[in-house]
Design a protein around this ligand. Structure first.
Ligand code: NI
Length: 182
């Protein structure tokens, strides 16, 4: 497995629509394994293909991973990865859930975002089997955040235009100052 580079704002690829995966093969499994390793190392609890510059409809998640208590810092959290290919939200509950979201592609920006607390997702798993999963709570938030990535949508799009523009400006600026240094 190898670690991949995570792209960040203002990379225009993040706004690209990802293409459907035609076949789950060893190449795709290798990509998913690399994505998972990249996500764990970041660390994060979800990662979409487009975030490693691969515009295909694939994502990995592990919502238990970021959930360790401070006193257990030395204990490796148990891994419980979820792999989704061509995920599709079949239905959403009406009850909403507020969660402070962040994104590996928008470092150091966090904002409370409201999304449905439950959703039903259909996807193809790592073995190429069609599956359905009832997602609730944090998993519901994360899977919706990741599927948004596949459609070129970011969590900052749920903010007011003013707040979103402030975030975007910050990243354009930091990009510019990097260029001067380089
Ligand atoms: Ni994200």
């Amino acid at each position: 497995m190898s670690k991949l580079e995570i792209i960040t704002l203002p990379d225009p690829l993040l706004r690209k629509q990802s293409a459907k995966v035609e076949r789950v093969d060893d190449d795709l499994r290798r990509l998913m394994d690399d994505m998972l390793e990249t996500m764990y190392e970041a660390p994060g609890i979800g990662l979409a293909g487009i975030q490693v510059a691969v515009p295909r409809r694939v994502l990995v998640m592990d919502v238990g991973f970021g959930d360790q208590d401070d006193e257990d810092e030395d204990v490796e959290p148990e891994k419980d990865p979820i792999y989704m290919v061509n995920p599709e939200i079949l239905s959403r509950g009406t009850e909403m859930r507020l969660h402070e979201e962040g994104c590996l592609s928008i470092p150091e920006v966090f904002a409370e975002i409201e999304r449905p607390n439950v959703c039903q997702v259909r996807y193809i798993d790592r073995d190429g089997e069609m599956r359905e999963m009832a997602c609730e709570g944090l998993l519901s938030t994360v899977v919706q955040h990741e599927i948004d990535h596949l459609n070129g949508k970011l969590f900052i799009d749920y903010l007011s235009r003013l707040k979103r523009d402030m975030v975007i400006k910050k990243f354009v600026k930091s990009k510019k100052s990097d260029a001067v240094v380089a």
